[in-house]
Design a protein around this ligand. Structure first.
Ligand SMILES: [Zn+2]
Length: 227
């Protein structure tokens, strides 16, 4: 039997087993955090245990994300990259001045001739971050008003395991900049999801009822987002 608990911005899968000690693990495959605990351990104890290890968990998750970011894309000519759900073919222009722009169906990456994959990736990632930061304020404000909550800060990070996180205590919300590759409705869904966490921290029935009320087609968008 496993269940999910939240500590700060992290979701943890808890597995209770016939063991003597508590173990914490961050998977090297998918970056997921899990705890194995003796059968009769109370959730409070598990939460305190995880809270005392937050720094370590963050470090492991970041390590995983750094490893993952180099897989898949090569940032070469004619490679397909997505912006707000639309495919663009990459055009590499060798220039001394770095920059990214969209021209018709091309995503033009201006970068110096000897640039590495990591440098190209970084340039594009910062550009995606900018796209997200342009769209977020209006969306967040709109949904804060509709849901009747308010948050303290919005951040944008490069993540691979989560689309967004919500620190309900400090009212800080963080969005994955990879959302700029998906259709805009996906970003809106994540905004609603994270803001609803201020009403209900876990993904229980209450949470789902709120989602149904505010965004009736959220399940469909969630499927699209994760496909
Ligand atoms: Zn959530």
């Amino acid at each position: 039997m496993s269940k999910i608990i939240r500590v700060s911005h992290i979701e943890i899968e808890v597995n209770k087993k016939k063991i003597k000690n508590m173990y914490l693990k961050v998977s090297r495959q998918d970056g997921k955090v899990s705890v194995s605990a003796p059968l009769r351990t109370k959730d409070d104890i598990i939460k305190r245990f995880v809270a005392s290890k937050l720094d370590w968990i963050d470090k492991q998750v970041k390590k995983f994300e750094n490893r993952k970011s180099l897989i898949d894309l090569e940032y070469k000519q004619d490679e397909i990259h997505y912006v707000w759900g639309k495919p663009y073919s990459l055009e590499i222009k060798y220039e001394n001045k770095k920059g990214v722009e969209i021209l018709d169906d091309k995503l033009i990456l201006a970068i110096h001739k000897d640039s590495t994959i990591i440098q190209r990736e970084k340039l594009l990632i910062e550009w995606y971050r900018k796209q997200l930061k342009e769209r977020l304020p209006d969306l967040v404000e709109k949904w804060e008003y509709i849901i009747g909550v308010s948050i303290e800060s919005v951040r944008v990070r490069n993540m691979t395991t989560r689309w967004g996180t919500c620190n309900t205590r400090d009212k800080r919300i963080c969005f994955n900049l990879q959302l700029a590759k998906k259709p805009l409705r996906c970003l809106e869904y994540v905004v609603v999801h994270e803001l609803v966490h201020l009403l209900e921290p876990s993904h229980n029935v209450v949470f789902k009822n709120h989602m149904d009320k505010y965004l009736p087609n959220w399940r469909e968008i969630k499927r699209e987002l994760n496909s």
